[in-house]
Design a protein. Structure first.
Length: 73
């Protein structure tokens, strides 16, 4: 039997609410947010993860190699 992994997912509407609550929705829509690891501009179709590290909010795109670098809880 394969190991089960928990995945937390957010739909587009919830992502917009999250970014609005973080005062980052305008930056996201303007293409100013980038993946912490590869530098790609984040869009609706490549947004991978949001996480915090050292009191900063950081983001990853959806590339597997970038998502693998996101710190686990």
């Amino acid at each position: 039997m394969k190991d089960k992994k928990e995945i937390e997912a957010v739909n587009k509407h919830d992502l917009e609410i999250l970014l609005q609550n973080l005062n980052l929705l305008d930056d996201f829509r303007a293409g100013k947010m980038k993946c912490q690891f590869c530098g790609d501009v984040l869009r609706d179709d490549n947004f991978g993860a949001v996480y915090h590290e050292q009191n900063k909010i950081l983001f990853s795109c959806s590339k597997l190699e970038c998502l693998a670098k996101v710190p686990k809880k």
